[in-house]
Design a protein around this ligand. Sequence first.
Ligand SMILES: *Cc1c(COP(=O)(O)O)cnc(C)c1O
Length: 430
Amino acid sequence: MSFADQTSYLSQDISEVDPDVAGLLNAELERQSDTLEMIASENFTSLAVLQAVGSVLTNKYAEGLPHRRYYGGCEVVDKVEELAIGRAKSVFGCEHVNVQPHSGATANEAAYQAVLTPGDRVLAMALAHGGHLSHGLKVNFSGRLYEFHHYGVRREDCRIDIDQVAEMARAVRPKLIVAGASAYPRIIDFAAFRAIADEVGALFMVDMAHIAGLVAGGVHPTPVGIADIVTTTLHKSLGGPRSGMIMCNADLASAVDRAVFPGLQGGPLMHVIAGKAVSLGHAQTEEFRERQHQVVANTAALADGLIDGGVSLVTGGTDNHLVLVDLSRTDLTGADAEIRLDHAGITVNKNGIPFDERPPTVTSGLRIGTPALTTRGLKEAEMREIASVISTALRPAVSDAELAGLRERSQAISERFPLYPQLVSGSAIA
Ligand SMILES: *Cc1c(COP(=O)(O)O)cnc(C)c1O
């Protein structure tokens, strides 16, 4: 290879090197811009986070922790990880944090490994009632390694049945109780879980993947200081890069750190940790806190609009960043409703509802969240317009022409709130 080849390998733009991938990056930027993103677990991260994640830190190996690495040349990335750690502590008020987990599921895997031995009993929320697959689904590592038992919600009001949690805890005698959900529209009472854990001598873990942004913004009670271990993602309501982290009290610090590395992972993704530092920096600002308040206000406005439009919601409403539409008394399935909203320019996901009689690939529900659109700048007025679009799209005999008209209404909204105006293409960083 000549010197010229070498320089072009290192410096040529992706649009020249790989038009296939570059074209897809542009197509995805366009899709994100032109549709209304309402998947409750998604968000738009800042340009600053995109820059950190797309940086030269991806080149660096840094197994170990700051100042205790198995590689040389870590003096810069040590500072990056220390910034992420310091900011996480200041945002959440935790004693200890490990910012290396690659994802939310990996954070949970490490948290379990820190406090459990294979075969130990764990009590967690059932997936079918809003839990997560890493909380003991049979085909997941969690369900294969540990003996999970599952509590759920009450049939009458679809709220967590804390009396059932207490009864099961007394019967099962778990080593660990887990609270936290992926599809639960109400506030979770962490103190009530703590009391049960104390009564039966269990450790208490909270997986706040979905609500971390709300917790950081002070619009959902914090589990930090109540739970022994708190795991989270950064890319959902918190709005950071796709990744996870684990917070705990000082007494579990070394068990958690050892579970992440060498227990589970090799080298940390230092570029993503830089992105975590940037997003946790955002989370320290007043602007961020205001946005989290807006997320809750927007979801409430969406819920009111949907109810006015004749749509049923699980629990009859919401306290947080999402609503769960209940289609069980209609002929429309969650799968069909997802496709209809797609045609209407709104991206959501079908979701099982508690006591769902349709299979998980079909479902009787839709999960709809507001964090992404709130980041984009939408407020209550737009939420009411979106609720009207959604309730029209879910009517029994809606025609293709009507759906096309609804898509124009959705597009009119998205055009008023430009996404990443600095990005001329999906790959180019301003
Ligand atoms: C999303 C989610 C996770 C998993 O996060 P990944 O980053 O997708 O692995 C774990 N727990 C809960 C409750 C979640 O909602």
